[in-house]
Ligand binder design. Structure first.
Ligand code: ZN
Length: 115
């Protein structure tokens, strides 16, 4: 609500790398049951966690199992497993991943394919 004039921008902590960033640079995540869901409009109710739009931060958060801590307030019982597939999908189309496998490009990448 305060972001419009750029003066009073809220700062949040990324659950992955733990560094602070302006909220608009982060993706807000909310828990729907045990499914962690990117709240792209920033309007879902409930407790949110913030993550850089960066696969490394997501992997860090995964490794540290931050989800239970980030979302624990809602339910008494902490789910043992979180479904992070929707969050992972955020990073699926980022082409900077060095281990990206792309079989479609094999054979059609160069001018040498004319016979
Ligand atoms: Zn981060």
């Amino acid at each position: 609500m305060v972001a419009e004039d750029g003066r009073d921008r809220p700062v949040r902590t990324c659950v992955g790398c733990r560094s602070r960033a302006v909220q608009s640079d982060l993706v807000r995540l909310v828990a729907e049951g045990t499914a962690i869901t990117p709240d792209t409009r920033g309007r879902c109710p409930g407790r949110g966690a913030y993550l850089h739009h960066d696969r490394r931060c997501f992997e860090l958060a995964e490794r540290r199992r931050v989800w239970s801590r980030a979302f624990r307030a809602r339910n008494e019982e902490t789910p043992t497993g979180w479904d992070v597939s929707r969050v992972a999908a955020l990073f699926d189309d980022i082409p900077s991943d060095r281990t990206r496998r792309d079989p479609d490009r094999v054979g059609m990448s160069g001018p040498t394919s004319r016979l």
